[in-house]
Write a new protein. Structure first.
Length: 545
């Protein structure tokens, strides 16, 4: 979207917002309005990537818009993703339930047949049923076939990619993403058989249930997401309808190719962090545009909640973010990474900002122990909607933390294994106040290529995070402090596991894969390439190479 178009759109939003408030003041509409919600979920972002979290680096911040949002709202410093990898974290956010309940314990694949179990009900479904306009933009990663797609899970509108932005090739590949090597026009089958084409499925862009571009152009993705988000806000305002906008960004999974000047991918030695920093600024500009549009529309009635799905991807080296002080040194000293795919703090403690002028106190900071699990019950509470009574939830209503400054968070917060060690979904780590107990440890692959081995701990390792943010030195098991913390954690873990085992609704996800389930707009092309010679049907055509 060009500058002139954005100015015209902001002007329209501002006018409609002023008109809306005037109507309310004239008594022609009830003064009780249900709030709008904008959830912005960054992908693989580090706690230290947010400038506001690194006070000494303020002058060098790559997130000025997010920093401003934190200054005008609340920074949540002890906020955690529900899991430390993509699909489980997103499923938990949208259902308010751990993976052991909702069935999503690890990532879905390009060829996944299923997705988030149909027995689960999403936040979008409940809000939609209660009069909200619901839209999603970005990465879904909860199933892309038939009934598992976003528009069949409560969203009125969807634009985005079905999984991570590096799970397919693209002509404008960005960094660390494979390029599609296209076949010669008219000889696709011959070239595919000769093996000279890129035979994996190209990265698709969906609008509702239709593939509108494959491979998508990553260079234009941020611009496209931004303009679509502004359109959603404008549409909801014109309809005078409360809305939920769920923005699941491609940033910062692996850096895109932003419009900022950065070293070319072919450069032999790009300056340290320059590519990642440029993509971080690109993401921040997107957030700023959404904030500005929301402020111009209905500033005092819209909650913007920015957070992350998990911590940085250590394995990606220079293309990975900063964990800040949460370095997981106990693990890194023994090999392996300690961020994404682990239950070390760097894997799940994520930068989080809540912004709602006039409701969330400005320039405030909360150290309440909270989780992405809490978004579900909090938004329903603010909307005056009750969750379904036929299942049990793991999130808590954080309204008092956001609006009234209380510091009452979770007494216990459990972190499930997401791939580095143990069985998928196992609640292998428990947080209780300042203490954190590990029953299983193991490191995901580090930049160096090393991987920490899986280790079982009985009794558990326990760290005091108030004194040891880097999780370097365990408490002495012979001390009273250790014994008390161990007993509290063990009892809490036993209670939760029993509660899950007796839940009246436990879902099971189908993780079956089939190559024919991969999204494809034209099976005649080796990488499912859309072109003028291959018009896109209204529905997705599965391709079988």
């Amino acid at each position: 979207m060009g500058c002139v178009s954005q100015l015209l759109l902001f002007g329209t939003l501002l006018f409609s917002g002023l008109l809306y408030h005037a109507v309310i003041q004239n008594g022609n509409m009830t003064s009780t309005r249900r709030p709008n919600f904008i959830i912005i979920l960054a992908d693989d972002i580090g706690w230290g990537d947010l400038g506001a979290n690194q006070q000494e680096r303020q002058k060098l911040s790559n997130t000025p818009n997010l920093d401003l949002m934190a200054q005008e709202g609340m920074r949540l410093t002890d906020f955690h993703s529900p899991a430390s990898t993509c699909s489980p974290s997103r499923a938990a956010l949208l259902t308010g339930r751990h993976g052991l309940r909702n069935g999503v314990t690890h990532n879905f694949a390009v060829g996944s047949v299923g997705g988030l179990p149909l027995s689960e009900t999403t936040l979008a479904e409940i809000l939609h049923q209660n009069g909200y306009y619901t839209a999603m933009i970005g990465k879904w990663h909860l199933g892309h076939n038939g009934p598992y797609s976003p528009t069949n899970r409560g969203f009125d509108y969807y634009l985005g990619i079905p999984y991570s932005n590096d799970m397919g090739c693209t002509d404008q590949p960005g960094y660390d993403i494979p390029p599609c090597l296209p076949c010669e026009p008219g000889s696709q089958i011959q070239h595919y058989r000769l093996g000279s084409c890129y035979s994996k499925v190209a990265l698709p862009l969906f609008e509702n249930e239709t593939i509108v571009e494959q491979p998508l152009d990553l260079w234009r993705l941020t611009q496209r997401y931004t303009s679509t988000a502004l359109d959603v806000i404008l549409k909801a305002r014109k309809q005078a309808q409360p809305f939920l906008l769920y923005m699941a960004l491609a940033h910062m999974h692996v850096p895109l190719s932003p419009h900022f000047h950065v070293p070319l991918p072919s450069a032999p030695h790009p300056s340290e962090g320059a590519v990642y920093a440029a993509s971080l600024r690109d993401m921040d500009e997107l957030v700023g545009a959404i904030k500005n549009a929301s402020d111009a529309s209905e500033k005092d009635n819209t909650l913007i909640w920015f957070t992350g799905d998990n911590g940085p991807w250590d394995q990606k080296c220079l293309y990975s973010g900063s964990v800040g002080p949460f370095q997981g040194k106990w693990q890194t000293s023994r090999g392996g990474g300690s961020a994404k795919r682990t239950t070390w703090e760097g894997g799940h403690r994520v930068p989080t900002v809540a912004y709602w002028p006039g409701r969330v106190p400005a320039n405030s900071t909360s150290s309440a122990l909270l989780s992405g699990l809490d978004i579900f019950p909090t938004l329903l509470s603010l909307a005056g909607v009750k969750p379904l009574p036929d299942r049990r939830y793991d999130g808590m209503d954080a309204t008092d933390v956001l609006l009234h400054g209380t510091e009452t968070g979770h007494k216990f917060l459990f972190h499930p294994n997401s791939g580095a060690a143990g069985k998928y979904g196992d609640l292998q780590t428990v947080r209780m106040g300042r203490h954190k107990a590990f029953y299983i440890t193991g490191g995901a692959e580090a930049c160096s290529g090393s991987t920490g081995k899986e280790e079982l701990h009985d009794p558990p390792l326990i760290f005091d995070l108030s004194q040891d943010k880097a999780e370097e030195t365990t408490l002495d098991p012979t001390t009273e402090e250790y014994r008390e913390a161990e007993e509290r954690g063990r009892r809490a873990r036993e209670v939760l596991l029993y509660d899950i085992a007796t839940d009246p609704l436990l879902s099971t996800a189908d993780y079956t894969t089939d190559q024919s389930a991969a999204p494809c707009c034209d099976r005649r092309h080796a990488s499912c390439r859309c072109s003028s010679a291959s018009p896109i049907d209204n529905k997705v055509e599965n391709c079988g190479h």
